[in-house]
Design a protein around this ligand. Structure first.
Ligand SMILES: [Zn+2]
Length: 68
């Protein structure tokens, strides 16, 4: 599958988010619960995607915790 690696990429989007308790361990910003959507693309054509929930930092965007 090595030859396919450069053709496959992933995009990550936040569909919706709402404030949550907690602060970011990296920058100290506020946390929020977000519904994430990850799309896997092959030659820029999405062929697989999934939604998942995570707690992310609203300031720097790092993922503090994820629920799969
Ligand atoms: Zn942060």
């Amino acid at each position: 599958m090595v030859c396919f690696c450069f053709l496959v990429d992933q995009t990550r989007k936040v569909r919706q988010s709402k404030p949550a308790a907690g602060i970011c361990s990296r920058c100290g910003g506020g946390a929020s619960v977000a519904d994430m959507k990850t799309a896997t693309r092959f030659c820029y054509v999405p062929f697989y995607w999934k939604t998942w929930r995570a707690i992310i930092c609203t300031f720097c965007g790092s993922i503090l915790r994820s629920y799969r």
